[in-house]
Write a protein that binds this ligand. Sequence first.
Ligand SMILES: Cc1cc2nc3c(=O)[nH]c(=O)nc-3n(C[C@H](O)[C@H](O)[C@H](O)COP(=O)(O)OP(=O)(O)OC[C@H]3O[C@@H](n4cnc5c(N)ncnc54)[C@H](O)[C@@H]3O)c2cc1C
Length: 289
Amino acid sequence: MYPASFEYFAPATLDEALALLERFDGEAKVLAGGQSLIPLMKLRFASPRALVDINRIAGLDELTQEGGSLRIGALVRHKTCEGSALLRGRYGVLAATAPQISDPLVRNLGTVAGSLAHADPQGDWGSALLAAGAEVVARGPGGARTIPIDDFFQGPFTTALEPAEIVTEVRVPDPGPRAGGTYLKLERKVGDFATAGVAVHLSLSNGNVSRAGIALTGVGPTNLRARAAEEALAGATLDDEAIRAAAQLAAEAAAPHDDIRGSAEYKRNVVRIFTERGLRTAAAAARAA
Ligand SMILES: Cc1cc2nc3c(=O)[nH]c(=O)nc-3n(C[C@H](O)[C@H](O)[C@H](O)COP(=O)(O)OP(=O)(O)OC[C@H]3O[C@@H](n4cnc5c(N)ncnc54)[C@H](O)[C@@H]3O)c2cc1C
């Protein structure tokens, strides 16, 4: 189906883009990679009066490291993350996520920030960035604000963003020198959304866990943080018993439903096994960092 008709704008500056969003008073949408928005418009689940294409705004496509933390600009594509040396090692949770998003066509155009703004509970970046303790920086008519990722996802396809706000970048804090992570995703076939996914991001200090980030995909109304599992690991030695106990707590944090991808019980089990495996991989990476 063709989308309903809409006006199209391709501003050259962020200020122009913000002015357009304000002018359309909630009836305009930001267009980044178009990999979620355009399908929704074709299905007529979304019929915005206007699209504000941000692809011509300079400076939004930068992926940089500053003082140990990462800045992922709003136009950084999945593909850029897939090829970036910056994301390997201590940010392994991000490096492992990028190549598991759909297929090369989607990865060439889709953006990390667009994935967060779209807030699909089966989106992979949401879990990776929850585990990494990221922050979302947004600009609106009142200026810029920083939204901790824990406050960002408010429900399925619903975020803390105001209609006239644009995500300008995502910041990932410095995980310290001994850090590592991974993302495990079960999909029915290559390119599919997750049946279930688990993101793990660990920081170690003197051999023990100083911070554990564990987040789940496709098993709740949003990407979910497995807080009890994270808290059980804080300060712990990562032995078999601690890993098994944390994996069990992560499985209990999942809130899956039966659907065409599998039963709730099956998905909960996948979360338990993936958390165990993810913790072992992340710990090995952190020790080698
Ligand atoms: C066939 C297919 C398979 C896919 N498989 C997966 C998968 O396995 N895993 C996965 O995680 N994703 C998957 N996706 C989704 C894909 O990752 C999208 O790229 C992503 O969800 C949205 O990014 P985008 O840049 O394309 O955003 P768009 O489609 O341009 O926008 C999506 C939404 O975010 C808003 N938005 C975008 N950028 C901003 C911004 N800077 N500020 C404010 N609002 C903004 C838009 O207004 C819109 O509401 C798939 C998509 C397709 C088409």
